[in-house]
Design a protein around this ligand. Structure first.
Ligand code: CA
Ligand code: CA
Length: 133
């Protein structure tokens, strides 16, 4: 099974409270999506998770837990796509435009029996967060 991430937006902004959407998808070459599988999303960049923006997950995806800048989410059994929304916080602080970097990795407690492949070209998303103050 492969798990890949793709981004639908390259920019979010405080002004319109526009959300960026990222999809995480799993692809089984020979079956394999009948199992629940977990994955980890970690944030970095100059913007701060929980201050400048938040993750909003599809309700069925979790999050199962959050530790610092990383959260663990899941594909329920037979679900092959999960959406993660990047929601900027419309604060009133005059600040520079910032960067948001989301990295996908396998969770060490992944219950999928044999783990999965993460093609490196599809494990990172980068967005700009545009200030409006
Ligand atoms: Ca901010
Ligand atoms: Ca601001």
């Amino acid at each position: 099974m492969y798990v890949i991430m793709a981004q639908d937006h390259w920019q979010v902004d405080e002004q319109h409270y526009s959300r960026g959407r990222i999809s995480v998808e799993r692809i089984a070459l020979t079956g394999g999506t009948g199992h629940e599988a977990h994955f980890r999303l970690c944030s970095s960049g100059s913007a701060t998770l929980g201050v400048d923006y938040n993750f909003i997950l599809s309700p069925y995806a979790g999050p199962l837990s959050q530790t610092g800048n990383c959260l663990i989410a899941k594909f329920p059994a037979r679900w092959n796509r999960v959406y993660v929304y990047i929601a900027p916080v419309a604060d009133s602080i005059d600040e520079p435009n910032e960067t948001i970097i989301i990295t996908l990795s396998q969770d060490s407690n992944n219950p999928f029996p044999s783990g999965y492949m993460l093609p490196s070209h599809y494990t990172i998303a980068r967005l700009a967060l545009i200030d409006n103050d």
